[in-house]
Design a protein around this ligand. Sequence first.
Ligand code: PMP
Length: 403
Amino acid sequence: MQIEKIREEFPILAREVHGKPLIYLDNTATSQTPREVVDEIVRLYEHTKANVHRGVHRLSQEATDLQETTRRRVQSFINASSPEEIIFTRGTTEAINLVAASFGSRFRDGDEIILTIMEHHANIVPWQLLRRHADIKIRVVEINENGEINIEQYRSLFNDRTVMAAFCHVSNVLGTINPVKEMTAIAHSHGVPVLVDGAQASPHIKIDVQDIDCDFYAFSSHKMYGPTGVGVLYGRRRLLEEMPPYQGGGEMIKHVTFEHTTFADLPFKFEAGTPDFIDIAAFSKALDFIERVGLEAIEAHEEELLQYITPKLEAIEGLRIYGTAHDKSAVISFNVGDIHNYDLGMLLDQLGVAVRTGHHCAQPLMAHFGVPGMVRASFAVYNTREEADALISAINRSLQILR
Ligand code: PMP
């Protein structure tokens, strides 16, 4: 892979921060966007801005075609069996909220949902909100010291009150790649549907929803080199058809009177209101980028960076890495001694290195490790060994100051 050529496609990588070259290692939060995606957004605003699915006029038809082409593009990207199973949302968070609110409307007092200790708040809070109508119990899957799921304990959590299992494909803190296919098979053997939070998997790993056999899969464009404001919910058609709408409004209806409304067919039943059609259409270009570079090449490059930097980090006195799973993506969360993650993050920023600090929207996991937060460096296709080295020397310099 020609990293320099790839880097040239990302204008933001050429900028400076505090007079230093930007070293962007916050890709788990959001990744940067190549020029072809940005150009497409500008082109669409200048050339094809018209509301989708509403007009007979030419522009509206063009905009609709672009959106529906992207839907088919996403379908093939994750190997869904039909485009009707692809629902556009604002992001992973909205996708999970959709499932919790709509599918979850059937849950009753005493029903149980299985989550893991490593979930992002986006895969915890929407399920808790169901408690407004039913007394839902949340059962939690534990992890071992490497940050890997305890599969036997997971298996033991199922009982006749279990109504859902929801877990991340890849942890945004530990980097752990969960055995989602096996976990789904276990849930299905108990007749329990599965939602996979794929926010951290879709930028790095080939997703095949039919192979995983999950019932729902959620992810966000902005973590996949794409525009903000776009997410995807994949849902198994049979379940989506049974589910009530999530929001009401335009686009999601067949016929409305003051007495009664009939709803549109899939996927539009779940897409009330004007979608972010420009960003949806431009998301196609991000998928083009990923497919042109190749997910296998992206994964191999990031794995190489992970293998390169991990021992160098471990060699820093007092540094502890959280998450050393055998199957791990290039996300490294750590603390150094009793130095506050925020202090270290601030100094790294002064040196041009963008890392994330804090609880990473995973407070139960922070509680598990007994820390208020962690520093997290996460890598993408455009990161280099030189940047990994720069992170190490920036940490060393910061520690000199802090100690
Ligand atoms: N789940 C995981 C595992 C994540 O890492 C994130 C983003 N940090 C989300 C869900 C939420 O994604 P979004 O903010 O794009 O909705």
